[in-house]
Design a protein around this ligand. Structure first.
Ligand SMILES: C[S@@+](CC[C@H](N)C(=O)[O-])C[C@H]1O[C@@H](n2cnc3c(N)ncnc32)[C@H](O)[C@@H]1O
Length: 257
């Protein structure tokens, strides 16, 4: 019997734990995702630097005590559906990073890099240091087979004004990339900057590859994948966020203007 073609360029308003089960084994080229944090995150709190009225409510959070089993459930599916030539980039704050690291090892993924994303400005604190970084685990199933295009952004000959290799600097594992604020615009409470997604897509995928994000939020991963001629699949549990992402994809508008 002929294998059923996987439907791509589609996002689902659904719990990814259920939705991922419909994706066939070894069919996904690249996963880029930023799962919920399990830090009792509230869409309209902790965002002191912006107007609450622009932030869409409803963010679906996980309890810290359930985070390990939740992480195992969705990452187990990722292991099953990822191609051997594929890679996954999982973002995490430091709070529950250990649960992601445990799961990576338990499922048998290989860690390729532990990337630090340094952004321009964290939430100011009084009695501790300000967190202004995120972790990004670059993992795969087969380190010899995974795709990687080392000169996709800068060739080995490219030099900056100080004479340093731009290819080398771009491939260091600390990435300084500015957060996008979308001032005075409607938005979901957290989003990955398009630049970070573009960088991952260029290094670890090719045109027409299938890119998955099980936790879409604003739909950034699907949006940038589409822009770079990749196919995409995604899930978002919260209806308002799903509709926001759907609108951006349909209208091809970067921040829903
Ligand atoms: C950290 S945000 C992702 C932000 C996204 N990377 C962006 O750039 O906009 C995590 C998202 O996962 C959603 N979510 C939580 N549990 C989910 C589940 N079981 N299935 C699908 N989405 C879920 C949340 O509502 C939230 O929008």
């Amino acid at each position: 019997m002929k294998k059923k073609e996987l439907k791509t360029d589609i996002i689902y308003n659904e719990d990814c734990i259920e939705g991922l089960k419909r994706i066939p084994d070894k069919s996904i080229d690249l996963v880029i995702t930023d799962p919920p944090f399990a830090i009792n995150f509230k869409a309209r709190k902790m965002n002191y630097n912006r107007l609450y009225k622009n932030v869409l409510e409803g963010y679906s959070e996980i309890k810290a005590e359930d985070y390990l089993s939740f992480t195992k459930s969705w990452m187990n599916e990722i292991y099953r559906i990822l191609k051997e030539t594929g890679s996954a980039f999982i973002f995490s704050g430091w709070n529950n990073l250990k649960d992601i690291l445990i799961t990576i090892d338990e499922l048998g993924f290989t860690t390729v890099n532990h990337i630090i994303w340094k952004y321009q400005f964290g939430v100011v604190t009084r009695r501790k240091f300000v967190t202004s970084h995120y972790h990004c685990l670059f993992i795969c199933k087969d380190d010899r087979k995974r795709k990687f295009f080392p000169e996709s952004r800068f060739s080995k000959k490219d030099r900056n004004e100080n004479g340093r290799s731009m290819n080398y600097e771009d491939r260091e594992d600390v990435w300084f990339i500015r957060r996008e604020y979308w001032t005075n615009k409607e938005k979901t409470p957290t989003k990955l900057p398009s630049e970070i997604i573009e960088k991952i897509l260029l290094y670890s995928s090719e045109k027409n590859d299938i890119v998955l994000d099980p936790f879409l939020g604003s739909g950034q991963v699907a949006y940038v994948s589409k822009k770079l001629s990749r196919r995409y699949i995604g899930f978002e549990l919260v209806k308002t966020y799903f509709e926001f992402a759907q609108k951006r994809l349909k209208e091809e508008s970067f921040n829903n203007e």
